[in-house]
Design a protein around this ligand. Sequence first.
Ligand code: ADP
Length: 446
Amino acid sequence: MLFNPDVERLPLPQLRALQNARLKEQVAYVHARVPFYRQKLDALGINPTTFRGLDDLPKLGFTKKTDFRDNYPFGLFAVPETEVARLHCSSGTTGKPTVVGYTAADLDTFSELVARSLAAAGCRPGMKVQNAYGYGLFTGGLGLHYGAEKLGLTVIPVSGGSTDRQLTLLRDFRPEIICATPSYAQVLAEELVKRGIGFDDINLRYAVLGAEPWNEAIRTQVQQGLQVAATNIYGLSEIMGPGVSQEDVDERGTGSYIWEDHFLPEVVDKDTGEPVAEGELGVLVFTTLTKKAMPVLRYWTGDITNIYYAHSEKRTHVKMGPIRGRADDMLIIRGVNFFPTQVEDIIAALEHASPNYQVVATRRGSLDEVEVSVEVAEALLRALGLTTLTADVIEQHDALRQLQGQFTKKIKDNIGLSMKVTLLGSGQLPRSEGGKLNRVKDLRHL
Ligand code: ADP
């Protein structure tokens, strides 16, 4: 179902014209209202009256996370504080949280785009949604909440965590939809098995997962473990919150639609800042086109992905691939650049590995070391009659020795680094407590 078919199917030339007009307006708006942008645009020699729109976009420079921090808390707002209807903060995954604000009109747009996203995910008016995204300053909980109401769903605002309560509600209220971080959906899937809760005891059909990177192996685990169709929702506070892009339930695995009538996406080279060709990987950059309280020109998200037109029958808007990591997640190990998601890709291709892993970088003397821990797939552990693993146990089983050897070799071959590989039994690695799970620990600077 398309929530707003006219816009979601707008032919590309018209979409471009709309973006062009809105971009010109947004540039004039921030120039008139936000001292930070006025100084910046003046310094770049950009005059809103002669700014040509999309063609001049690269001239605008970038807005970085540090600009938000330098203007903390309200310096980037374009309206008086009395017109700000709500404040949120980013989760602070990569440092001090940034503050973002919305006018009542911005909140309407937010709800519409989340409603569009949920409709694309398979949700239909009349269904119930268990919203396990955190409520509070984080944009996830309330963002999903109001979008779900706008679509006509019944919202169960349980927030993240409290696994006992989540499971009770899944059984008693029988929602068709769960919204959660992928790592928390994994936890719920594992708990169903542990507690002997069958699929007939619950009624889930769809999972809408986002707020952190995930991949096809996690999708398979969640889809099988909760008996749902799981789609990706992406977003970030600085631009809006969840619902900047969304995967269609019938087009899973082919990328997420970016709602281009409100957000102008670009992908640029992480070193030069130059736009890359369609489909190439780089840093995702967004310009808001309709924001009133806190418009942003060319925000450097730090998220690594690609964008491309998939020529789908359903919608015209551009798609983005999965987030391959954040530019600031990149670890430099013994001079080699490496994204922890590269390890994730290797694990996804290993038959007997589960999607639960952790990467820990340490420094011994002057040498960087990386240890990758992965939980062995449940099925293999069961077949071998094992629960916890020790070096001795691994030594005694060919299948485990082979898995360890294969994994070590693939890391060396594909990433070019030797890493220590540790195999673990299920449940040995930390799990999401309801929110984002950090699978990477860089202990070298502690
Ligand atoms: P923070 O940047 O502090 O984590 P946010 O809560 O605004 O604050 O999170 C936005 C970030 O979360 C994005 O920039 C991206 O890195 C990550 N993210 C959000 N949704 C997804 C998704 N579906 N896939 C991968 N990463 C995501």
